[in-house]
Design a protein around this ligand. Sequence first.
Ligand SMILES: *[C@@H]1O[C@H](CO)[C@@H](O)[C@H](O)[C@H]1NC(C)=O
Ligand SMILES: *[C@@H]1O[C@H](CO)[C@@H](O)[C@H](O)[C@H]1NC(C)=O
Length: 549
Amino acid sequence: MSIPTFIFLILLLHLLFASQPCHLILTSAADGRWQLLQTSIGISAMHMQLLRNDRVVIFDRTDFGKSNLSLPNGKCRNDLTEGALKVDCSAHSVEYDVSSDKFRALMVQTNVWCSSGAITPDGKLVQTGGFNDGERRVRVFSPCSSRDCDWQEIPNGLAARRWYATNHILPDGRLIIVGGRRQFNYEFSPKNIAANTFNLPFLLETNDKGEQNNLYPFVFLNVDGNLFIFANNRAILLDYVKNKVVKTYPTIPGGDPRSYPSTGSAVLLPLKNLKMADLQAEVLVCGGAPKGSFAQALRGNFIRALKTCARITITDPNPKWVMETMPLARVMGDMILLPNGKVLLINGAGSGSAGWELGQNPVLSPVLYRPDKKIGSRFKTQNPTTIPRMYHSSATLLRDGRVLVGGSNPHAFYNFTSVLFPTELSLEAFSPAYLDSKFNDLRPKIITPKSMSGIRYNKRTNIQVVITGKVAENLVSATMLAPAFNTHSFSMNQRLLVLGNDKVTTCGNSAYNIEVTTPSTHNLAPPGFYLLFVVHQNIPSQGIWVKLR
Ligand SMILES: *[C@@H]1O[C@H](CO)[C@@H](O)[C@H](O)[C@H]1NC(C)=O
Ligand SMILES: *[C@@H]1O[C@H](CO)[C@@H](O)[C@H](O)[C@H]1NC(C)=O
C-alpha cells in the first residue's frame, strides 16, 4: 500500500467515525408520530374534555380579549363585569368533532378561566367555577348529535368561589370539588340545600405563603372509597363523608412542590387484579418545579424543572415514595394514561414555573413511562413536536388511541407576535408507536358489541374481536378508561381499569371471543361512560363506549 493510499484510508476511517454520532442521531428514529390537525381552532385549548360522542369540548377564558373565532349567528356577549371586552362577539369555547376533524363555536356566558370539570354518569359535562362573574357558576354541556347544543349555566351553582380547584366523580355519581384559591375546603355538586362547604386544613397547611403550590390538587378515588389528595409535596387520604383524614402520607423525598404553580402532574396507575381482596392502588407524580421557582421566574431567573417522579402504593399500610429519574426535566407536563396501561408524559417546559410568561425551554419530546418494567428502564423518549406547549396547554386521549394536544398561551391576551411563545390556536395529534401499521397483525379489532349502553357491575360479558396475526392468549386483555377533564397539566377523573380476560375462545377466521368480568364496585369504577379497549401484546384496539351502571 502506498503512503498516499494509507493516508487516504486513515482519513476515510476518521471521517466515518467522526460522522457516526450524527449518523446515529439521524437514523435512530424514536417512537411516535405527530400530526397537525388544525392550524387554528380560533381559541387556545386551555381546558379539554372528550365526550361519549367523540367530540371534545374545549375552552379558554372570556378575558383574553377577542379570539380568532366569531360566535355564530352574530351573537355577542354583553358583560359589564368583564375585564377585557364588555361586548365580545368572539367565541371562547368550541366543540371539536374528532371523526370529521371539524369544529364549531360554543358560547359561554361567564368567565371559565382556570376552572374544573367532570362527566356525570349520564354523560353530561359539568364544569364548575372560574373567575370573576364565573367563580360560582356551574355549567352543563349535554352532548348532542346535531350542531345546536350549547352550554347551559346555573348561577350560584357552587357554595363557594372555585378558581384552580379539582373535581372528582364520586361512587354515588355526585361530584366533589376540592380547594381552589383561598378555599381551604371542599363541596359537592349538585350542592345540597344547606350549601355546605367542608373544611380541609390540609390545604391551608400546604399553602406555601406567597407561592401557594397547593392549587389544582391531584385528587384520586382510592379503591377503598376514600379520596387520595395530593397538594404541594405530600398527600392525605380523606374520608369525605365523615370529613376525616384517615391517613397521612410522607412528604416526597427532597420536599420540592409538585402542584400549581410548581406544576407537575400525577396519575393513578392502572388498577389491576381487580378481583383480589387486597387490590393495590399506586400513584405516580412526575416533574414540577423546585421550591421558590415561581418567585425566581418573576425576577427573570428560570430555574431548571424537577427531573424526578415519585411513586407510592397508596393502599399500603406503611406507604413510602420511591423516586425515579426522567430522561428530561419537566414542569407543566401532562400525564396521559394510554389504553395499554403505559403513561405518556407530554407538553411543558424545562425551566421556570406556571404563570404568565414564567416558563422557558419547551420540552418538545414526550416520554413514555412503562409502569411494569424494572425501575431504571421504564422511560422511553418519543419523537418531538415542533410546537412548544407551555402554560395553558392541554392533552387528552381519543377513542382511536391518539392523544389530542392543544393550547399554550402564557400571555394574559392573545399574542401572536413579538413574544417568545406566541399564543397557540392549533391542535395536534400524537400517535404512540402502537398505532404503527407494522403492528396491524397484532391489533385487535372489536366486532361486537359496537357500544354498550348499560353494563352492570360484576358481570361476565363477551367481546368479539378479530386479530389477523398469531394470538398469544395470555397477552389479551380488556381495559376501561374514564374520559378525563384536562387543564393545567392535570387530568381529573383519569382512571384505567385492567379487566384482563377470563377466557379467550377461538371462533375461526381470526375471530376470538374474550370473556371479561366488569368491575365489582362503585369505588373501583364510579358509574358512567368509559372507553373499553382490547389490548393484545401491548397493541390496543380502537375503543368502544360503554356505560357502566
Ligand atoms: C388570529 O388573528 C390575528 C388578528 O386578526 C392574526 O394576526 C393571526 O394570524 C390569527 N392567528 C391564527 C392562528 O389564525
Ligand atoms: C399582547 O396583546 C395585548 C392585547 O392585544 C397588547 O396590549 C399587548 O401589548 C401584547 N403584548 C405583547 C408583548 O405584544
